[in-house]
Design a protein around this ligand. Structure first.
Ligand code: ATP
Length: 405
């Protein structure tokens, strides 16, 4: 317990001289001041620590909530009766009678598309089909990425150009020679290495429309819709020929079959089957190229790798030192960089950085300069930025391993 003000011991004897009393009191005061200072520092540190833990807690709570959220299934309202609402699930076409609140009942009409949970209760009424499509598919007329924006993966770029550009630019050549054009290209490698950029640059170079579909969104958001969305995707591409279809995170749709027989797995299977059948109808596909990407090559179902489907598999690794230097130069093209900055040294120091990391280092270095009220970005800013990004990444890794421990 801390002493209360009343029971403070005086640091002198009652019969000491006035002079001694003053000196003793001054000495005590000095000690107390330094203790007070020390306590204040500790309090500040504890506050900072508390803030850090608070932030971590929020992030983990959010992560936990996301993991616990079970997927929703899509169904269509058939009939609204006195006993409840009859819905028909997409995918398996099974009908079910479900109860709804009075409020929900008032807002429902036959043919509405609804999201239902595992116990088939209606969770929400879905927007128009086009909205779902818009959320899963991203269409860009001519993406603003060119080959000059991509560094350190020249060989991969050449291979993609050779495989994808020719069929889009001169499809008649393949007819005349009498061979089928190469089918899809699968890009695999760690995150942030330029896979999406490559696909966008091809679309830019060939004046094609870029249509991106995120595999994980497709199967995790709206169960029951996957196969239909794949059909829609190819239909959309046909309407926009020439087009580059980019399927990101294809492992979410085309992963090795698992033992479990949950309805979620059956849905993924149906979605993959639809994708395979669209890919097999290649001859009629016209000027449409397919590029898919994954960070998890080991998870892919061999069916997707059979000839005639993705028959070009291209590894896109993290850049080596020379590659990193080129990427630093690309991302600082429009920056006001001081003369003391050596991209060669930065490339050497930022070992293990991906293209996305380098982009982040450059932006963060700019932020350091701004915070310091400068308009020129110095070597020290880049170094501090890399330290910060490394630190953030390792904290993220720790968090993920703790979350799953
Ligand atoms: N090789 C590269 N050259 C230049 N910039 C790069 C490169 N790789 C990544 N970047 C930068 O990182 C960003 C993200 O890259 P991109 O989306 O292409 O990575 P990805 O391989 O598709 O990653 P993910 O697997 O996470 O989808 C790009 O917008 C670009 O700014």
């Amino acid at each position: 317990m801390t002493e209360s003000v009343d029971d403070v011991d005086m640091p002198y004897d009652e019969d000491a001289s006035q002079q001694d009393k003053v000196e003793a009191l001054e000495e005590r005061l000095e000690i107390l001041e330094s203790q007070n200072e020390e306590m204040r520092d500790k309090l500040l540190d504890a506050n900072a620590e508390n803030n850090k833990y608070q932030q971590k807690l929020e992030r983990l709570t959010h992560e936990n909530k996301k993991l616990k959220q079970s997927p929703l299934f899509v169904a269509t309202v058939q009939e609204i009766t006195d006993e409840g609402v009859v819905i028909k699930q997409h995918g398996n076409n099974q009908e079910a009678l479900t109860e709804v609140t009075d409020e929900m009942r008032q807002n429902l009409a036959p043919d509405d598309r609804v999201a239902v949970n595992n116990s088939l209760s209606i969770v929400k009424i879905l927007d128009d089909e086009t909205d779902v499509r818009a959320r899963v598919m991203q269409v860009e007329k001519k993406p603003e990425v060119s080959y000059a924006d991509i560094g350190g993966i020249d060989e991969q770029m050449e291979e993609v150009r050779e495989t994808v550009e020719m069929p889009l630019k001169s499809p008649e050549m393949f007819d005349q020679v009498g061979i089928d054009p190469p089918s899809g290209v699968l890009l695999y490698g760690p995150p942030g290495t330029g896979k999406t950029m490559l696909a966008k640059a091809v679309a830019n170079q060939t004046d094609a429309t870029f249509i991106k579909m995120a595999g994980s969104e497709l199967v995790h958001k709206f169960i029951g819709e996957g196969a239909k969305l794949v059909r829609d995707l190819f239909e959309l591409a046909r309407q926009h020929e020439p087009a580059v279809i980019f399927i990101d995170e294809i492992d979410a749709i085309a992963s090795k079959r698992t033992e479990s027989k949950t309805s979620g797995d059956a849905e993924v299977q149906r979605t993959m089957m639809q994708l395979l059948s669209e890919m097999d109808g290649f001859e009629d596909r016209g000027q449409i190229s397919i590029i898919a990407a994954t960070n998890r090559f080991d998870m892919l179902d061999p069916a997707i790798l059979r000839p005639g489907r993705f028959d070009r598999l291209i590894e896109v690794p993290k850049p080596d030192e020379d590659g990193r230097e080129i990427i630093f130069r690309i991302h600082t093209r429009n920056m006001n960089v001081s003369d003391d900055v050596s991209f060669e040294e930065l490339a050497e120091e930022a070992d293990e950085a991906s293209g996305a990391d380098i982009k982040a280092i450059c932006t963060e270095a700019g932020m350091f300069a701004i915070r310091d009220d400068r308009t020129e970005v110095r070597m020290e800013d880049f170094r501090a930025a890399w330290e910060k990004i490394k630190q953030a990444e390792s904290e993220e890794d720790d968090e993920v391993s703790k979350t799953f421990a």
